[in-house]
Design a protein around this ligand. Sequence first.
Ligand SMILES: [Fe+2]
Ligand SMILES: [Fe+2]
Length: 342
Amino acid sequence: MNRIAVRSVVGGLLGGRNCNRYISTAVPVRPLDGAEFLNHRNGDVLGGFYWRRMMSTVPQSAETASLGEKEQKESQSSVSDDAKKGSDSVVVSNYWGIQRPKITREDGSEWPWNCFMPWETYKPDLSIDLSKHHVPKTFLDRVAYRTVKLLRIPTDVFFQRRYGCRAMMLETVAAVPGMVGGMLLHLRSLRKFQQSGGWIKALLEEAENERMHLMTMVELVKPAWYERLLVLAVQGVFFNAFFVLYVLSPKLAHRVVGYLEEEAIHSYTEYLKDIDSGKIENVRAPAIAIDYWRLPKDSTLKDVITVIRADEAHHRDVNHFASDIHFQGKELREAPAPVGYH
Ligand SMILES: [Fe+2]
Ligand SMILES: [Fe+2]
């Protein structure tokens, strides 16, 4: 198993693509059945191919060449058909009695996604104030603010104005704090026999929302092999560092995330400027984004970035709010958790 895992990671890294390519459509991944698994293993396909498909829900055929606009349209319109074919051809045992009921969209068409359900989708609140900023007041605030500003320097140097790559890479980091915070509050709830006041759910929702940002971005840009390597290294460091930070000082941890979200709003604003100026092509929105944010079918990249930026503003508010609760000497569970705050 270890050999397979190593081959999978190495194969995935080598299977990386240039970050600047646009890829449009998505279909749910069909799990390998037993015979296919063995074939892939013997044929040395497991490492690169399957891992890449797990990273991106783009069909392999779509990855082999850059799609023109016509191809993008055709691929997007066929997403439901592909998904249906994929689910129809899955051979699974029903010994366990697990079956997903047929799920449809509001218009009656079949729901093509296994990774999220219609009741997890939402219409983003675009009226949120993007300019809000927490002015550092205390020593810990200043530590958080300076830390985030320092972290921005290598990010600016590495990515410069390649905002597609930048956003995709940063989302791999942004999805970590909510999961760490939610996990630690979960464990605390178990240890103390106490309710969390809804904060476990609120933070895990944030992590899931950030992960959906990543799943959307990866439909638009493909990470190069060295960027995948960077994600491995950064995740290893950041997860552990944030875990320790949250254990030692949740108020500092939430403040850091609040400032990270302020930076994310800035980055997505610059991204939108480059789309408006024509430096970045305003391609069609990926199918996954249209369904997740309940966007009109003719939505574009600009619409997607706009709703992601609104999400980041909500995360900013949640984390600064959480930090403020701690600064008042209270526990999170004493204040209403912003569950479903998008
Ligand atoms: Fe995000
Ligand atoms: Fe965020």
